[in-house]
Write a protein that binds this ligand. Structure first.
Ligand code: XCC
Ligand code: SF4
Length: 622
């Protein structure tokens, strides 16, 4: 029995859950219910299966065993588990970055037909940060040298990653002093796995500190490289209109949906979908055209750069298939529920996996590599067109909503007239109290989109500018906050500032790797004020996070000096020492802490209190 109104605040979600219920197709909420009660030891982080003397668990009530077979206690087990979550998240983001660097290297050697250098200005700017001069070289030569220099960032030959110099000087010094300056991207993840092997690092504090260094190698390394190289190859985003929610599917067109994270695949699929020859083919098959839509972060990548419409976020990925309107879903990696192909089997949707690293039962595997991606993209789009004939009844339950995406730091600074000063002035004058980055996923433990939308609403009505990414950004777009008119929901100061710039009070900053755009903007603000990021009236939030990547993001955001409120509780409550350190002690170490608050109304109060406190400390309201 499904209580579809309790699962999501979205109309399209509610109607499609009802549809799946009547079609008797299982959803993520059904599977979540079937898992109840979930393991209490694991929930508290008190179970360990790192070695074959185990698995072990520590009794939280102090009656049963207090240590594993090896003697690890609750603090060690919790810290080790958390460290491994960060390592997995950092690995995912950074491996995504590596795939882009490989494309850049192949573009430099002219071995990746269909890919090109789109933003030469940015190529030269980033190359300069790596100490590569562009004069007298072709863009391809610069790209080749840059790709090589970035590959060095992944390795073990350096003492510090190249792009950490973007952080304020004070922050860099702090990282050096704490010995958490990230060295090699792969090195930190590899060291995290080493330290957490049985019998290595059994200091829960030193484990957590390394977790921060590992996360920093993601934020100022792997993810930052992913975003920068994506901009170089596919263009730096500029504000552009788009449409969002399940209503972006078209009843009379071939609907192709891309899901996953890496624009390397989705950009080629887009190029094939936009080819007039393909449109002609679709028309011959009785469709009015080809409609490409996105899901999750690869959708955000296309939305940011090309205004491609967004069908939904994480918890919409199954539901959208129940429209019966999708000819093909093409996935790469990360956040793709293996359940999707079972759902697709109940409709006519063809599922295509594209990455050697990411296989799924029940999907057809068409492997994309930089040298064959263009051809493969045409192959799959042709197959999608063929599949239009197999379509049954469709159910597209809502009309799409308008939204604006594309706020890169370059675009924001451009809109401000070339410097971040006007934004600082508005903050100093108190018209904007501060800014919050709302990021991360959906999680069936939280009513779908309720966390993101409620928190955003409360912050903008209190004159706090919101920038968001990932599935959070899709949630607020679907709630109507990403149009210029949404200033009607903002407080008077934020309304005035956004109104005069003609921008929404909630800015779409991109995919999850694009959280680095928030770091870059925060660093620019701190540098303009001659201070550190931890002094600014800023906050982060992940109200509905689920993934290991989100743990890495949260850790690098806090390690960069930004107070961060998590919705769902991470599996750490089994160690009061770890909880105390993360929620209090870190303040004295990195100048920022975590908080956990599943109720977004209360999270908003926490964030407002923090921002007002930061303003007082800066002497802004004296
Ligand atoms: Fe995945 Fe990036 Fe989370 Fe969404 S926000 S559920 S990580 S798609 Ni990244
Ligand atoms: Fe048990 Fe220690 Fe092995 Fe973990 S590492 S499974 S606590 S013996």
């Amino acid at each position: 029995m499904t209580h579809h109104h309790n699962y999501t605040i979205t109309k399209d979600g509610q109607l499609l859950i009802k549809k799946m219920e009547s079609d008797q197709v299982e959803t993520v909420w059904d599977r979540h219910a079937a898992q109840q009660p979930q393991c209490g030891f694991c929930d508290l982080g008190l179970s360990c299966r790192i070695c074959a003397m185990g698995p072990c668990r520590v009794d939280p009530f102090g009656e049963g065993p207090q240590q594993g077979v090896c003697g690890a206690d609750a603090d060690i087990i919790v810290a080790r588990n958390l460290c491994r979550m960060i390592a997995a998240g950092a690995a995912a983001h950074s491996d995504h970055g590596r795939d882009l660097v490989e494309v850049l290297a192949e573009v430099a050697e002219n071995k990746a037909p269909g890919y090109a250098i789109t933003d030469t200005e940015k190529l030269n700017r980033v190359a300069a940060e790596y100490g590569i001069a562009a004069d007298g070289k072709t863009p391809e030569q610069v790209a080749g040298e840059l790709a090589h220099a970035m590959q060095e960032d992944f390795g073990t030959r350096k003492k510090e990653l190249a792009l950490v110099t973007r952080a304020p000087e004070k922050r860099q010094q702090l990282w050096r002093k704490l010995n958490i300056m990230p060295r090699g991207i792969d090195r930190e993840t590899s060291e995290a796995m080493h330290r957490t092997h049985m019998g290595v690092d059994n200091g829960w504090q030193s484990l957590l500190l390394h977790g921060l260094r590992n996360a920093l190698s993601d934020g100022w390394g792997g993810s930052m490289i992913a975003t920068e190289v994506s901009d170089i190859l596919f263009g730096t985003p500029k504000p552009a209109p788009t449409k969002v929610n399940a209503g972006v599917l078209k009843a009379d067109q071939v609907n192709v949906v891309v899901h996953g994270h890496n624009p390397v695949v989705s950009e080629m699929v887009m190029a094939a979908c936009q080819d007039p020859e393909m449109t002609k083919l679709a028309e011959e098959k009785g469709a009015k055209g080809i409609n490409l839509c996105g899901l999750c972060c690869t959708g955000n990548e296309l939305l940011m750069r090309h205004g491609i419409p967004m069908a939904g976020n994480h918890l919409m990925t199954e539901l959208i298939i129940a429209t019966g309107a999708i000819e093909m879903m093409i996935v790469d990696y990360q956040c793709i529920m293996p359940a999707l192909s079972k759902v697709a089997a109940c409709y006519h949707t063809k599922m295509i996996s594209t990455s050697d690293k990411a296989r799924f039962p029940g999907m057809e595997h068409v492997e994309f590599h930089p040298d064959n991606a263009r051809k493969k993209a045409y192959d799959v789009v042709k197959a999608a067109i063929e599949n239009f004939a197999n379509r049954g009844e469709t159910y597209i339950p809502v009309e799409p909503l308008d939204a604006v995406g594309g706020f890169s730091v370059e675009a924001v600074v451009g809109a401000l007239g070339g410097t971040p000063e006007p934004l600082l002035d508005a903050i100093k004058a108190g018209k904007i109290r501060g800014a919050a980055g709302i990021v991360g996923c959906n999680n069936p433990k939280i009513k779908h989109d309720y966390g993101h939308v409620t928190l955003t609403k409360r912050l903008i009505e209190n004159d706090i500018l919101v920038v968001d990414t990932g599935c959070a950004a899709v949630a607020t777009a679907k709630a109507g906050f990403k149009v210029a008119d949404a200033i009607s929901h903002a407080g008077p100061g934020l309304k005035e500032v956004c109104g005069s710039l003609g921008i929404p009070p909630v800015l779409h900053f991109g995919s999850c790797v694009d959280n680095v755009r928030i770091l870059v903007l925060a660093a620019a603000l701190a540098n303009a004020l001659g201070t550190d990021i931890s002094d600014l009236p800023l906050a982060g939030a992940a109200p509905e996070w689920y993934s290991e990547k989100a743990v890495s993001i949260g850790a690098y955001v806090v390690a960069s000096g930004i107070y961060t409120v998590l919705g769902p509780m991470p599996p750490i409550a089994g160690s009061m020492n770890v909880v105390e350190l993360l929620t209090k002690g870190l303040g004295e170490v990195v100048g920022a802490t975590f908080a956990v608050e599943p109720d977004p109304e209360k999270a908003a109060v926490l964030i407002r209190g923090h921002i007002e406190n930061q303003r007082r400390k800066l002497g802004l309201d004296a």
